[in-house]
Design a protein around this ligand. Structure first.
Ligand SMILES: [Zn+2]
Length: 102
């Protein structure tokens, strides 16, 4: 098994940050306020892949700082099945929780 979990999670967190128009500096500041002290430069190392792995603490802080939660991030990474549709919404429907379409 190849462990690419960190990079998958980081890609999703970065995408969410961009979607929300949150700068790296702002995300670092919010994570620090939430009790996970981090700097913009550390965040850049994670997002660029220079730092290969992130901690669960990082993940939880980043998710919260982006106004989402751990489960939503993991679902979007396809690391866990969506609790609403189990990964396969009924024919012709789009899942409101994860956005998967059938
Ligand atoms: Zn779903």
């Amino acid at each position: 098994m190849t462990l690419l979990v960190s990079s998958a999670v980081v890609s999703v967190l970065r995408a969410m940050r961009h979607e929300q128009g949150v700068s790296a500096q702002l995300l670092a500041d919010r994570m620090t306020e939430l009790g996970y002290p981090t700097k913009r430069s550390a965040l850049a190392n994670v997002e660029s892949g220079r730092r290969k792995e992130i901690s669960v603490d990082y993940l939880v802080a980043a998710a919260e700082a982006l106004n989402t939660d751990l489960l939503t991030v993991l679902v979007r990474c396809q690391l866990v099945a969506c609790p609403a549709c189990k990964g396969s919404p009924p024919g012709g429907f789009t899942c409101n929780s994860c956005g998967a379409a059938s």
